[in-house]
Design a protein around this ligand. Structure first.
Ligand SMILES: Cc1ncc(COP(=O)(O)O)c(C=O)c1O
Length: 406
């Protein structure tokens, strides 16, 4: 039986106060908190294992290399990658998308080729493609959202696919609305049209099991810091044949095969895309975080689902509550994006902070999505498995007081 009270004790920051109030951390879509095992792993790495990797012939360097590559194995197991070498360490989801856009996009896209995005995307899955489209003459197409339901208009998305589409890039879960896209079907349809697929799993990796082999996507990215690991580390999964055929993204040490002034040859993936000294400790922390989370991932997802439903019911009782996204229909993955009467979202979030409640406010790095909804921003409360029913009650009580005050 999943016990959030027990799990909470694994996260030291959650027992902290915010002023005189208990800290209520509801900004998990921005970044998640770190369990003690991850904090310990980081401290242990620097205390006992720190050395540069892949090049030292001494024992300590071999140990650091083993820890780094073991982390890659853990990542591969977490997303069921066919081999660890299909997993490239990056700084995060943003860098993973930039890597594919720069390396694959610049070398493969020709004038008139099309890149298919959706209105639900985070800026990290829009701007890199705009830059590469400008450079190559490719065209960015955008599939529409149904603003009434906050879900992707799948028919429109399908109508945008053609033999000109070279890659379709879409989020698994919208960070602004929590909408869960039917990514299995989207991968299948994109492939049928002859396009590659890139799944932005930044918001799903901490909530839903991911199986890249079952999904058969070509690329998938996520960020460590949203999956209970340190900042500055993330993953690009890519089909190994695609990765090995792509030109390097950055150049430097460790990614080369032979260097001379008459020319340089490069190693295969993942080394080809990991130029210079990587975030070794971050990778180790990510491996530990995923191992920790994997042990109860399914139960956590069920619990989060129940908690989200409870939150929707509880907040719906407040007069003037207006949700964005499919909270009452398809359900959202732990994300509640809302307005309360005519109170400005920034005022709500600032007031919530006085109750110790951390939320996010604004466009959530999804300006085109906000434009499609005809708004400039929302208040976003985003849940994780360590949040509790009592915290939802605290949020609801605070919102009622704020409503009265305005
Ligand atoms: C859906 C989505 N994609 C990409 C990103 C970018 O992640 P990062 O800033 O960790 O690179 C985020 C961050 O919020 C996100 O929610």
């Amino acid at each position: 039986m999943f016990d959030p009270a027990k799990i909470r004790r694994d996260f030291p920051i959650l027992s902290q106060k915010s002023g005189t109030r208990d800290l209520v951390y509801l900004d998990n879509a921005a970044t998640a908190q770190k369990p003690q095992v991850v904090i310990d792993a980081i401290a242990r790495f620097y205390r006992c294992e720190n050395a540069n990797i892949h090049r030292g012939l001494y024992h300590l360097s071999a140990e650091a290399t083993t820890a780094f590559e073991k982390a890659r194995e853990r990542v591969a197991a977490f997303i069921n990658a066919p081999e660890p070498d299909a997993c490239v360490f990056t700084r995060g989801a943003t860098e993973g998308i930039n890597l594919v856009a720069s390396s694959w996009g610049r070398s493969r896209l020709r004038p008139g080729d099309e890149i298919l995005l959706t209105e639900l995307e985070h800026h990290a899955d829009i701007v890199p493609w705009q830059l590469v489209a400008e450079e190559t003459g490719a065209i960015v197409r955008v599939a529409k959202l149904d603003p009434k339901t906050g879900t992707l208009d799948l028919e429109h998305w399908r109508s945008q696919l053609s033999d000109k589409t070279k890659i379709a890039c879409f989020c698994h879960i919208s960070n602004a609305l929590g909408t869960v896209n039917p990514i299995g079907e989207m991968v299948r349809l994109a492939h049928a049209a002859g396009a590659l697929t890139l799944v932005d799993a930044a918001q799903s990796a901490p909530h839903l099991p991911i199986d890249v082999q079952a999904l058969a996507c070509d690329f998938l990215v996520f960020s460590g810091h949203k999956t209970f690991a340190p900042t500055g580390i993330g993953i690009l999964y890519g089909r190994k044949d695609l990765l090995d055929a792509m030109p390097p993204y950055q150049a430097g040490g460790d990614m080369i095969d032979r260097v001379s002034f008459s020319g340089t040859t490069f190693r295969e993936a993942p080394a080809r895309f990991e130029a210079g000294t990587p975030n070794i400790c971050g990778a180790v922390g990510l491996g530990v975080a995923l191992e920790y989370f994997k042990a109860f991932q399914k139960d956590a997802a069920d619990y989060e689902h129940r908690l989200t439903q409870y939150a929707v019911e509880k907040l719906s009782e407040i007069e003037g509550m207006r949700f964005f996204g499919p909270v009452r229909t398809a359900g959202t993955a732990g994300i509640l994006s809302f307005h309360l009467g005519k109170i400005h979202p920034s005022d709500i979030a600032t007031m919530l902070d006085t109750y110790g409640i951390c939320t996010r406010v604004g466009h959530h790095c999804a300006m085109p999505l906000m434009a499609a909804l005809g708004i400039t921003g929302t208040v976003r409360a985003s849940l994780a498995f360590y949040n509790t029913y009592a915290e939802i009650d605290t949020l609801a009580d605070a919102l009622i007081r704020i409503k009265k005050m305005f």
